[in-house]
Design a protein around this ligand. Structure first.
Ligand SMILES: CC(=O)N[C@H]1[C@@H](OP(=O)(O)OP(=O)(O)OC[C@H]2O[C@@H](n3ccc(=O)[nH]c3=O)[C@H](O)[C@@H]2O)O[C@H](CO)[C@@H](O)[C@@H]1O[C@H](C)C(=O)N[C@@H](C)C(=O)N[C@H](CCC(=O)O)C(=O)O
Ligand SMILES: Nc1ncnc2c1ncn2[C@@H]1O[C@H](COP(=O)(O)OP(=O)(O)OP(=O)(O)O)[C@@H](O)[C@H]1O
Length: 492
């Protein structure tokens, strides 16, 4: 990529610069610490710090072009001003890597809940039907069968474009977060198919209202390729709104839901067998969800719809579901020796807690014990409703710690006490240490009980707890072994 192209991208062809416009750019970043010789550095005004403060450092590290929202002049460096640095970063990154999304089948999945699950299902359907598939999401990024570590659901624009460029796979499926859309991390990505799962109260620490959150999510559906198509769950109120909006603008989409005018009409959801019967193009098909829960039936139906839009044969999609391995931290079940069942799940909104507890009840739970907490420094508006959802559906719940992030232990314990006082009831109590809270639930369980541990799912713990373990899964295994050892000591 040449400097000349950057001028064109930013509509600054006429900019008077003394530097050779034909010089080659060697990389693009918004982080001064990553800059090397010949890089473009884009100064972004952040939520923590202002990237404009690092322009000198970027130049010292070798930047030959600086893009900023302020006027900057520097000898020997091309300095260009833009009104939106984050957007410029996305544009330049996609051009730098040669617009890699245009030559692949790219599928984006957005919504509050179900992105990871639906993406895994789509990947599996593709692979079972002979397509190789990359996937970028909350659990990890998989490219050419290699796992690439990542910290965000939707990576930064330069990383996303680099991953797309490096992918030799036929299909790329990616989870698309509202933060990613709002921050232009997806600028320049062109999608073949986009999926909308649902919208619930979440991330209102970042978005000013549900309307604002919805507007950010909606942006994805304007990034379809000319022949592209969306799949929308119109049984969700916000999904219905989105469909109306897209219809007005002639953006093609398949509506999935119970209404007769939908392209995929849901005839029946069988909550006992976790299957959905739908009518598509005059054909009736029953799709069995590989994961428990009515919510996972919805995820399966949307993944099925994508399979159909990809042109796959219906039986080969339904068959693919049968071999889907579980998804880390999504309704992951363990049987304890005492006959109780433990479920580890990533639910962290009120609605997903409802889904998970309802599913356990439908599966025959005689007594439900729910263990959960709240992320420090994240959306506080959903916490009361999460306790309410648990109090209504569980027989007992234990409030405990989730990641503190930068909140202090004392502040979070105080918050738990206040929330329990305001929204809780007598079946709830507080055990701050997460491993001791799980132990309490396990030790008091017996045959027919279900212990539901939510919030962390696949993620490792951020802080140390009483027992030397680093995830909910490890805690459950540790406690099970401890019980077994105690029993054998008693028998010896
Ligand atoms: C709240 C939020 O979204 N923050 C994002 C934002 O960070 P920020 O604005 O706070 O960045 P900052 O630290 O102030 O730095 C500003 C600029 O200065 C630059 N800088 C900084 C220091 C330095 O020495 N040199 C330098 O150049 C930084 O590279 C940056 O460009 O811009 C950064 C660069 O693009 C993102 O990495 C960062 O995502 C953080 C890490 C994050 O995790 N955000 C979460 C909320 C998020 O995005 N989550 C969604 C999933 C949500 C869900 O559905 O659950 C996701 O897609 O992961
Ligand atoms: N379609 C759905 N509707 C409601 N809840 C769901 C749905 N699918 C999954 N869930 C719940 O949400 C949790 C997270 O699911 P998943 O990881 O698939 O969603 P996500 O959108 O990727 O979440 P995140 O953005 O937090 O990574 C699950 O563990 C489950 O409790």
């Amino acid at each position: 990529m040449k400097v000349q192209e950057i001028l064109q991208l930013l509509n600054q062809q006429d900019a008077e610069i003394e530097i050779d416009k034909s010089q080659t750019i060697s990389g693009v970043t918004d982080d001064s610490r990553e800059v090397e010789d010949g890089y473009v550095f884009v100064a972004v005004r952040g939520y923590q710090v202002d990237g404009h403060h690092f322009i000198d450092e970027a130049i010292d590290n070798g930047a030959s072009v600086v893009i900023s929202e302020e006027t900057v002049t520097h000898k020997n460096v091309v300095c260009l001003r833009t009104i939106n640095s984050r957007r410029a970063l996305g544009k330049i990154a996609s051009a730098f890597y040669g617009y890699p999304s245009k030559d692949k089948i790219v599928i984006g999945v957005t919504g509050t809940n179900g992105k990871t699950t639906t993406s895994h299902m789509i990947k599996h359907i593709c692979e079972q039907n002979g397509y190789s598939c990359s996937m970028f999401g909350t659990i990890d990024y998989v490219v050419n069968d290699n796992v690439v570590p990542g910290i965000q659901t939707t990576p930064s624009a330069p990383m996303l474009q680099q991953l797309l460029y490096e992918s030799d796979d036929d299909v790329v499926v990616m989870e698309v977060s509202s933060h990613g859309l709002d921050q232009y991390r997806l600028e320049g990505v062109m999608f073949d198919f986009c999926v909308f799962t649902n919208l619930y109260k979440d991330h209102l620490d970042y978005h000013s209202s549900m309307e604002d959150y919805f507007a950010a999510k909606s942006k994805l559906f304007y990034m379809l390729k000319p022949q592209g198509k969306a799949v929308i769950n119109v049984d969700d109120l916000w999904g219905e709104k989105l469909s109306i909006k897209l219809s007005k603008e002639n953006i093609p989409h398949w509506k999935v839901g119970h209404q007769m005018e939908n392209e995929m009409i849901i005839k029946d959801i069988d909550t006992d067998h976790f299957s959905g019967t739908v009518k598509v193009q005059d054909e009736e098909v029953t799709i069995k969800s590989p994961l428990q829960g009515a919510h996972n039936v919805y995820n399966s139906l949307e993944a099925y719809a994508v399979g159909r839009l990809l042109g796959l044969f219906s039986p080969s999609i339904t068959e693919a579901f049968l071999s889907l391995p579980g998804i880390n931290g999504r309704f992951e079940c363990y049987e304890l020796d005492n006959g109780a069942t433990v479920v580890i799940d990533y639910a962290h909104t009120a609605d997903s807690i409802e889904h998970v507890l309802d599913t356990a009840r439908q599966q025959g739970a005689e007594s439900l014990i729910h263990v959960f907490g709240f992320r420090g420094n994240r959306d506080q508006t959903k916490r009361g409703e999460m306790i309410g959802a648990s109090a209504i559906r569980s027989d007992a719940y234990i409030l405990t710690l989730d990641d503190l992030n930068s909140e202090s232990y004392e502040d979070m314990v105080y918050t738990l006490e206040q929330l329990q006082h305001e929204y809780g009831d007598t079946q709830g109590r507080i055990i701050p240490d997460r491993t001791l809270a799980i132990e309490e639930a396990v030790m008091n369980s017996s045959q027919g009980d279900w212990i539901i541990i939510t919030g962390k799912g696949h993620e490792p713990y951020q802080q140390d707890y009483h027992y030397p373990v680093s995830s909910d899964k490890e805690t459950v295994i540790y406690l099970q072994n401890k019980i077994t050892e105690t029993k054998s000591d008693l028998m010896a």
